[in-house]
Design a protein. Sequence first.
Length: 203
Amino acid sequence: MNGLIKEMEHYAEANNVPIIEKDSAEFIKKYIKLNDVKKVLELGTAIGYSAILMASTKDDVEVTTIERDEKKYREAVKNVNACELDKRIKLVFNDALDVNLVGQKFDLIFIDAAKGQYIKFFERFENYLNPGGVIITDNLKFHGLVKNKEAIQSKNVKGLVDKIEKYIDFLKGKEDYTTKFYDIGDGLSVSFRKNDENVKTID
Ligand code: SAH
Ligand code: MG
């Protein structure tokens, strides 16, 4: 298992796949244990790295994860099978905004797909949260660029950074949710419903 994780890290490095940073993965694993999370929904599988880390936190974690890029999806299928986690990780090949999950509920929704669509993802998937559930969002610093906008040359990148800033404002302004922001890895947020006193947060 550890060997397979290392191989995935090398593959990600060599192929420019933006997998989760180690500190962020540790944070999420800690959160899963603390709140006894069982059902996870992940938007943005890439090669399955974060899904595999989440599913291996404890034996009763089930992950549904969505990826729209076929090459990455295929790589994820390979990795999940190699780790023998295919019974607990369900890989969905589709655009997250087109997936219908009616009837399913999750304790943790991990938003880690296209950074320009974060508000849409939140609004579409918050209905799938169990009571006591949380939405964790990755890459709120967007590789440090959110704090360093002047240095950005590309219009596309600047557009994405603007969208991440809008998402942060959206979270701060959301009256029915409390969001905690963490300066961990590439920046994480944890959002839960205001009337959910059960949620145990990490300082
Ligand atoms: N969670 C992974 C990294 C995901 S990288 C890990 O930490 O290991 C982001 C992924 O989201 C990319 O592979 C990209 O193809 C995918 N993606 C972006 N927008 C998407 C969408 N709308 N639906 C599904 N997948 C999407
Ligand atoms: Mg990420």
